[in-house]
Design a protein around this ligand. Structure first.
Ligand code: G3P
Ligand code: MG
Length: 240
């Protein structure tokens, strides 16, 4: 923590290891970060897996949608070679594998439910079962660009905080957040003003902008008093 500001490694530590893989999360955990962020989809057979895109092409040697592949098929893919030869053969992790890794660390887990393109019915229940199994309920936060998912999550597990992800300037988002049961705002950093931070905090809503990578933006948002920030450079943020 920098004072009260929580530093969250975006997809782990994606500038030094392939995003959303165990090596990326391990490096984030050693970087000075207070938490890690990751993206979750469901495999064809309903298993929560960690990857940013719906499609396999950018970060694996597979083709097509995650949703059209079973876990067994996904586990055969290489999710590391696209980044560098050093990580050749690194598999796509399941959320369960990351939950196990979290038991070796005391930081926060920010699970982004990637339901904004494919709805993945049942993803909320599957994720909740895992964070309960690994005793992570007290240090997990959920986020999503799909705010129906946030409402579903809040109805299912109100004790596990949820945050709305958004990219543009919402009007009075601290009020809107309440309507979907969100306890936090995860806005694109370019939309964040001192007034927004002040209103959110005054109204009991936390605020953690993404993806804040430049030193001057990190400093600016820290001065505004954000609750936390999500960054590709958890090392820089922790030193800022
Ligand atoms: O959670 C913050 C950030 O991850 C949202 O955007 O596209 O990187 O998942 P994206
Ligand atoms: Mg994300």
């Amino acid at each position: 923590m920098y004072g009260e500001i929580m530093i969250i490694g975006h997809r782990g530590f994606p500038t030094v290891a392939p995003e959303n893989t165990i090596p990326s999360f391990r490096r984030a955990m050693k970087s000075g970060a207070d938490g890690i962020e990751l993206d979750v989809h469901l495999s064809k057979d309903g298993v929560p897996v960690v990857c940013h895109d719906e499609k396999l092409e950018r970060t694996t040697n597979g083709q097509g949608l995650i949703a059209d592949h079973t876990l067994e098929e996904l586990k055969k893919l290489d999710a590391g070679s696209w980044f560098s030869a050093e990580f050749a053969g690194t598999p796509m992790p399941t959320l369960e594998e990351v939950c196990k890794l979290m038991t070796e660390w005391d930081g926060w887990l920010n699970i982004e439910l990637k339901t904004n393109v494919i709805p993945y019915p049942g993803i909320e229940e599957a994720v909740l079962a895992l964070i309960r199994k690994y005793d992570l309920v007290e240090r997990t936060m959920i986020s999503s660009f799909n705010h129906y998912t946030i409402k579903t999550w809040h109805d299912l597990a109100p004790a596990v905080p949820a945050a709305i992800l958004y990219s543009n300037q919402l009007y009075q988002p601290w009020r809107y957040a309440r309507t979907v049961g969100a306890a936090g705002l995860h806005p694109h950093h370019s939309t964040v003003t001192p007034e927004l931070v002040k209103e959110a905090l005054t109204n009991g809503i936390s605020i953690r902008p993404w993806t804040v990578n430049k030193h001057e933006d990190i400093k600016r948002l820290m001065l505004y008093g954000v609750t936390g920030l999500i960054t590709d450079r958890p090392d820089l943020a922790a030193r800022a």
